[in-house]
Design a protein around this ligand. Structure first.
Ligand SMILES: [Zn+2]
Ligand SMILES: [Zn+2]
Length: 169
């Protein structure tokens, strides 16, 4: 331990953060190899990455194609359309709706994510939410179940679908 410490304090072995030149560090970005201090390092599932690389990664993350959006909208619309059905099945047990409705929205969004190989576009969340809402409204209208509770549960399903698409690294 002491040997290691002694060596790293040798002038020639010192490395400095690319963003904070006054801070010496031994951490390196696993993408661009630059030295970075602990404040600049972002922990990812594959190691430490500098903030600049993470940002670049996020930008790439946000290239949703029209096909992806179409798939997301279609799958979420199906999920939305199922919501009034589920609410009719539940009948008087409205309390169950508070659990089932977000589950339907979340599951539809999860399917959509898997089908689009987890490529989230910048607007995926809105597309998913819109899909659930429109699908649900059309379905509720056709079923003649367009009432306050259906709308409430649709809102829950919609926000659950939207939440599933929020980017979390
Ligand atoms: Zn980097
Ligand atoms: Zn730094």
């Amino acid at each position: 331990m002491n040997d290691q410490l002694g060596q790293s304090t040798l002038e020639s072995d010192l490395h400095y953060c690319a963003v904070h030149p006054q801070r010496d560090t031994e951490l390196r970005c696993n993408r661009c190899d630059r030295y970075m201090c602990i404040d600049c390092a972002v922990r990812t599932p594959v190691g430490y990455t500098c903030r600049q690389c993470v940002r670049g990664h996020e930008d790439k993350f946000y290239e949703g194609s029209a096909v992806d959006y179409g798939l997301v909208a279609a799958i979420c619309a199906i999920g939305g359309a199922l919501t009034p059905f589920a609410m009719m099945m539940i009948g008087g047990f409205l309390i169950i709706g508070f659990i089932v409705a977000p589950a339907i929205g979340g599951t539809a969004a999860q399917f959509a994510l898997q089908l689009t190989k987890r490529r989230r576009g910048r607007y995926s969340g809105y597309v998913a939410a819109g899909g659930v809402l429109v699908g649900g409204l059309v379905s509720a209208f056709l079923l003649g179940a367009l009432n306050m509770f259906t709308l409430l549960f649709l809102a829950l399903a919609t926000s659950a679908a939207y939440a599933r698409f929020k980017v979390t690294i």
